[in-house]
Ligand binder design. Structure first.
Ligand SMILES: Cc1cc2nc3c(=O)[nH]c(=O)nc-3n(C[C@H](O)[C@H](O)[C@H](O)COP(=O)(O)OP(=O)(O)OC[C@H]3O[C@@H](n4cnc5c(N)ncnc54)[C@H](O)[C@@H]3O)c2cc1C
Length: 465
């Protein structure tokens, strides 16, 4: 039924369409369904309109339109986040996926990148100059959400997180202003953007510092499952003294026959000779059953996992930081992994260490600065009828692991898990983020995210407004 309200809104949307460089996409348009789809096939939301923005002015007009019509706003960068907050029900989705402007200055070693770029697109452009900035580990992830949440990847040991290498950003705020933000301009906002997620405005440009990178010594080492406890312990001890040039990630899963499997992916970004030497213990003490480690281009490494994570599969993730690889943690993981209902699922232990761990916890909004594993219980399946089994498995393992985990979680791994978990994601930086929120988005216009409401926290953590 067409109500007067929706008819009015419809003509206002027509008008918006004439005032932007981009397009307004609505239900019934041929590309409405593809435009509202995100990486996680569990997410099925229907915005009143999708504004495919082309520039910051489009973004500001979209924000103004949503505010005037009292509509919720969602912001889509790469659309990769499993929580699916890039898309909303009944509101305005600001789709930045076509904003891919990019320049790379090899002299100053700075890349200026649009918010619609994926990791693969940025990496390919910087690698043409033999340069890279630390991002994540697969090419389809959007640079925007990744950087705003932190950004853990293969270069974090050597050069820190994506957010640590953000030099400046252009931001459209809730009142439609375009701010050029950096260490000397709006430093409180610049601080908040580096780990505080999409709470503070829409970033329309990211400037990153670049480093000479590649080729890298990288690949996977698989070990017999029977040796898993010893290998996990050995790998953990080995990392305690591993050089910053080495970053590793453990994967636990089941193979096509249902047999449990353990592998350690490695990336050494220093000289190959030093890398061969540094990796020797991982190859010698416990013999890998397969070893694919070799010199490879950084771009190839970044797209290696892509085929295992196609867009549209069903995902449910649980996550937390594991500081100590204790016998109890190992036993729990090894008991639960063989029971995963889907061979597409896995448990990842991405190591945060070196340069990323040495940044003071309050230097940026990303507080989790320590040598530790980002544990992700990643349930992935294809058949909707299998959803409850897969979700139950992920929850069961998470509950069992909880006593071994920090009360902390990487914001980019969170689903819709409630305010306590959001607080755990921002940790000791939460209050300062709330302060920035009060200043830059007091009406909580940007609330479809891992939200820091503008209200002050009073005694006992009770919201005072
Ligand atoms: C298969 C897979 C692998 C991953 N690997 C890694 C990894 O190696 N390292 C890592 O750190 N993370 C990783 N992630 C997590 C990833 O960092 C987050 O999902 C991230 O949010 C994706 O960013 P996006 O722009 O693609 O997401 P989107 O879903 O588009 O955005 C996520 C949220 O970010 C905010 N946002 C996006 N763009 C903007 C903007 N321009 N301005 C303001 N707010 C914005 C919005 O709140 C939005 O809801 C992975 C995710 C997946 C699915």
């Amino acid at each position: 039924m067409v109500t007067i309200d929706s008819a009015l809104r419809g003509s206002a949307l027509d008008d918006l369409g004439t005032r932007v460089r981009g397009r307004v996409i609505r239900a019934g348009d041929p590309d409405y369904d593809s435009a509202r789809a995100v990486f996680n096939g569990m997410i099925d939301r229907r915005p009143a309109a999708i504004l495919r923005c082309m520039d910051p002015t489009d973004v500001a007009r979209g924000i103004g339109f949503a505010r005037n019509h009292d509509l919720v706003i969602s912001v889509r960068g790469g659309g990769h986040n499993v929580a699916g907050n890039a898309v909303c029900d009944g509101g305005i989705m600001l789709d930045l996926s076509l904003m891919k402007k990019l320049s790379v200055d090899s002299d100053t070693r700075v890349a200026v990148a649009g918010p619609g770029l994926t990791l693969g697109e940025l990496d390919r452009a910087t690698q043409r100059h033999g340069l890279a900035t630390p991002l994540g580990v697969m090419s389809g992830t959007g640079i925007a959400g990744l950087t705003l949440g932190g950004g853990l990847g293969w270069l974090n040991g050597r050069y820190g997180l994506a957010c640590d290498n953000l030099l400046a950003a252009d931001v459209v705020t809730a009142d439609g202003q375009l701010l050029q933000v950096g260490p000397d301009h709006y430093p409180d906002l610049f601080w908040a953007l580096r780990g505080g997620g999409g709470n503070f405005g829409v970033v329309t440009s990211f400037s990153y510092g670049l480093y000479p990178v590649g080729p890298v010594l990288a690949g996977g080492l698989s070990y017999p499952w029977s040796q898993a406890p010893e290998v996990l312990r050995f790998h953990d001890d080995f990392l305690a003294t591993a050089p910053d040039e080495l970053t590793t990630a453990v994967s636990l899963g089941v193979d096509a026959t249902g047999a449990p499997a353990l592998s350690i992916a490695v990336c050494w970004s220093g000289s190959p000779e030093d890398g061969e030497r540094a990796l020797r213990p991982l190859r010698a003490v416990w013999s890998p059953s397969t070893d694919t480690v070799g010199l490879t281009s950084y771009v190839a490494l970044q797209s290696a996992p892509d085929t295992s994570f196609p867009t549209g599969r069903l995902h449910y993730w649980k996550s937390g930081y594991l500081r100590d690889m204790t016998d109890g943690a190992i036993q729990t993981l090894l008991e639960h992994v063989p029971q995963m209902p889907s061979a597409m699922s896995g448990v990842g232990l991405q190591r945060l260490h070196g340069a990323a761990g040495r940044v003071p916890p309050d230097a940026t909004a990303f507080p989790h600065r320590a040598d530790q594993y980002d544990l992700v219980i990643l349930a992935q399946w294809a058949d909707p009828l299998e959803s409850s089994r897969n979700i139950a498995w992920a929850r069961g393992l998470f509950d069992a692991m909880r006593p071994h985990l920090q009360d902390a979680v990487y914001v980019n791994n969170l689903g819709a898990e409630g305010p306590e978990r959001v607080r755990a994601a921002y940790g000791p930086n939460y209050e300062r983020l709330a302060e920035a929120k009060r200043k830059y988005d007091p009406g909580n216009v940007f609330r479809l995210n891992q939200n820091v409401p503008p209200g002050a926290l009073g005694v006992g953590g009770v919201l005072t407004r």
